[in-house]
Design a protein around this ligand. Structure first.
Ligand SMILES: Cc1cc2nc3c(=O)[nH]c(=O)nc-3n(C[C@H](O)[C@H](O)[C@H](O)COP(=O)(O)OP(=O)(O)OC[C@H]3O[C@@H](n4cnc5c(N)ncnc54)[C@H](O)[C@@H]3O)c2cc1C
Ligand code: FES
Length: 277
């Protein structure tokens, strides 16, 4: 019996690159192995380790939905060596992918409920996978609400999907930016404050949030004030990682390895852990 080495990446070709903002790009990759391309599947909330040969490897969430087959997408904010190398490559380049890794959003438990997606900046990337999954399985979920904010209109990602999102049945998109801008006719203000203005009802609802730590902190506080229970709030963490498969101990929070026990956690689960995240 041949045992696969979990550290060896599968080769993939970058098929498409979308410049989202001045510091963020979205990459669509297809596995070179045709059989793998057809059979590969994952769950919304899972992540992958992407390698740029000669530079290194870094984890990124899968931002595409598993309902849309044949490719994987990931969005990358340029901050260091691997992310900068990814920003330098062109369509047609070869990368390595180890995936799927980690746990995922318990979308079966969310069925029949109203969903509040609350994202900030690049934090919309992991939410987009679950959001498009839910929109592709529209009848399984109640009202879908998307609160998405960024520093400025130029910092919003996935703008080319906004029409699709807001035109889906029983779905509403609420956009906000931090400061006034000419020609901006949506909300102005921070995401947590906008949550308070919109006052989502906790009745039969789930909130899924991801964004900068400060946004998450105040969004959690506000959701609690609105009456959301700890197990109605879900988020996804981005600890520093190395192996991605629970071997190196780089990503632990107390007894949990974020790479295998996470990255998706409910607020109830996070409260059980030491506040190291
Ligand atoms: C499960 C998971 C999912 C992720 N999803 C995404 C995603 O969808 N899009 C995206 O752009 N990024 C995502 N990240 C973060 C991404 O992995 C890091 O930005 C990347 O590893 C940085 O690599 P680098 O070589 O460019 O930076 P480096 O050269 O290694 O570091 C540059 C600077 O960034 C800091 N840094 C590195 N990694 C992290 C981290 N994980 N958190 C905070 N600071 C860090 C370093 O300390 C250093 O100051 C995710 C991380 C995890 C763990
Ligand atoms: S990254 Fe190695 S144990 Fe999680």
């Amino acid at each position: 019996m041949r045992i696969e080495n979990p550290y060896i990446p599968k080769l993939a070709t970058i098929e498409k690159i979308i410049t989202e903002t001045w510091d963020t790009k979205t990459f669509r990759a297809v596995f070179k192995d045709e059989e793998l391309r057809e059979s590969f599947t994952y769950e919304p909330g899972q992540f992958q380790e992407v390698s740029v040969f000669g530079v290194g490897e870094a984890p990124f969430c899968l931002t595409s939905s598993p309902t849309r087959k044949g490719f994987v997408e990931f969005s990358v904010k340029k901050i260091g060596s691997v992310t900068s190398a990814l920003h330098e490559i062109d369509e047609g380049a070869t990368i390595g992918i180890r995936a799927p890794l980690g746990n995922w959003f318990p979308y079966e438990e969310f069925k029949g409920k109203d969903l509040w997606f609350i994202g900030g900046g690049i934090g919309m990337a992991p939410l987009r996978s679950l959001l498009n999954f839910c929109l592709d399985n529209r009848k399984d979920y109640g009202k879908v609400n998307i609160i998405y904010g960024a520093r400025s209109s130029g910092d919003l990602c996935f703008t080319y999907e906004f029409d699709e999102w807001q035109n889906s049945p029983n779905t509403e998109l609420f956009l906000t930016i931090d400061k006034e801008e000419e020609r901006w006719n949506k909300n102005v203000g921070f995401v947590p404050a906008y949550v308070m203005d919109l006052k989502p009802s906790p009745k039969n609802a789930i909130a899924i949030t991801c964004g900068p730590p400060i946004m998450i902190k105040f969004t959690l506080q506000n959701l609690k004030e609105l009456g959301f229970e700890d197990n109605q709030i879900w988020t996804t963490l981005e600890m520093k990682m190395k192996c991605g498969i629970g071997k190196c101990g780089r990503c632990n929070i107390g007894p949990k390895y974020v790479c295998v026990d996470g990255p998706v956690f409910s607020y109830a689960q996070l409260k059980e852990l030491p506040p190291e995240y």
